[in-house]
Write a protein that binds this ligand. Structure first.
Ligand SMILES: Cc1ncc(COP(=O)(O)OP(=O)(O)O)c(N)n1
Ligand SMILES: Cc1ncsc1CCOP(=O)(O)O
Ligand SMILES: [Mg+2]
Length: 321
């Protein structure tokens, strides 16, 4: 393992059924290259032989990138390949037994579906917990969604690392982050995407933007992360985005071009971050701006140029703290 595993942000889990034409190792390598910083082997209904082969191959891959490898359900496979840890559900091997077998240094994760289960796992010595499924998901059909209300409870009361999981996509991740999650696990959204590396990079942009907002990167500290909320750009159409910028812009150029703002493709004539903020009616708001993966300090907004294809994350705080 490279960095402290507790700093993980994006958890990727195998699910070969979502990429029948592609090799599992290739997909997981793409996920890691895109920013997945913890990986789990999960293969329900596979034979031990199959699991062992996959686990060995994933062990070699994850070791090459310094990424922790977790094995779902199968403690024997975790031991056999020297995985960094194992993940168990409420109906799997009890935590105390898993700890006894795997030892004090293993990373043991436990699935939880309520705050009560979370606090029990914490007391029982779990290293991290899964919080979910946040939304209904085809990856675990028939499970009742815990909704973002459990995410809010976890944010307020769980002290060990926890990761939100279940039905999380680029379309709803902001809602999960706004509810206080700082770590995300996605299965189908990553391994089922056309380009897992790109999808992971997009998840990381959202995670980084919310983390920066929670730290008060615009100089206003002391505000709770649960109060971080995606800027209200979702309801603004292209007319709103280009409002006040019709015709020639300040530098003599004219017309609109496409940018992506909080995951939505928009047409704008704004040539700088400042102009975009103005067009969105967000002047004076407590904002964190990320442009093409980099946080832009407020004093650089006027100089930060926008070009066709720019990707922006705008996060603003609501309420005080
Ligand atoms: C990170 C993470 N969270 C939750 C789960 C689900 O575990 P479990 O409830 O045991 O269900 P199965 O995955 O075994 O079907 C997980 N695997 N990983
Ligand atoms: C394994 C698991 N545990 C709770 S939800 C879930 C599946 C998550 O998969 P997806 O990200 O495709 O919804
Ligand atoms: Mg399980």
């Amino acid at each position: 393992m490279g960095k402290n595993w507790r700093d993980f942000k994006l958890y990727a889990i195998t699910a070969a059924n979502y990429h029948p034409e592609r090799d599992m190792l290739e997909v997981m390598e793409q996920a890691i290259l895109g920013g997945a910083d913890i990986v789990q082997l999960r293969k329900k209904d596979a034979s031990k032989e199959e699991l062992l082969a996959d686990a060995r191959a994933l062990r070699a891959l994850t070791a090459r990138y310094g990424v922790p490898l977790i094995i779902n359900d199968h403690i024997d496979i975790a031991l056999a390949v020297g995985a960094d840890g194992a993940h168990f559900g409420q109906d799997d091997l009890p935590l105390a037994e898993a700890r006894r077998i795997l030892g004090p240094d293993a990373i043991i994760g436990i699935s939880t579906h309520s705050l009560e289960q979370a606090l029990a796992a914490e007391r029982g010595g779990a290293d991290y917990i899964g919080v979910g499924p946040v939304y209904p998901t085809g990856t675990k059909p028939g499970r009742t969604a815990v909704t973002t209300s459990y995410v809010r409870e976890a944010a307020a009361q769980v002290s060990i690392p926890w990761v939100a999981i279940g039905g999380i996509t680029l379309g709803n991740v902001d809602e999960v982050l706004a509810a206080g999650a700082t770590r995300i696990c996605a299965v189908s959204a990553i391994v089922g995407s056309e380009d897992p590396a790109k999808t992971c990079r997009a998840f990381r942009v959202r995670l980084d933007a919310f983390a920066a907002a929670a730290k008060g990167a615009d100089g206003e500290s002391g505000r709770g992360r649960a109060q971080a909320e995606t800027a209200v750009v979702g309801g603004l159409g292209s007319e709103d985005l280009s409002a006040g910028h019709e015709g020639d812009s300040a530098d003599g150029r004219s017309g609109t071009f496409a940018v992506t703002v909080n995951g939505r493709r928009e047409e704008t004539s704004a040539r700088t971050v400042s102009e975009l903020i103005e067009a969105l009616g967000l002047v004076g708001k407590s904002l964190v701006v990320e442009l093409n993966g980099e946080i832009i300090a407020r004093e650089s907004w006027a100089a930060a140029g926008l070009a066709d294809g720019a990707v922006l994350e705008l996060v603003h705080f609501v309420g005080g703290g």
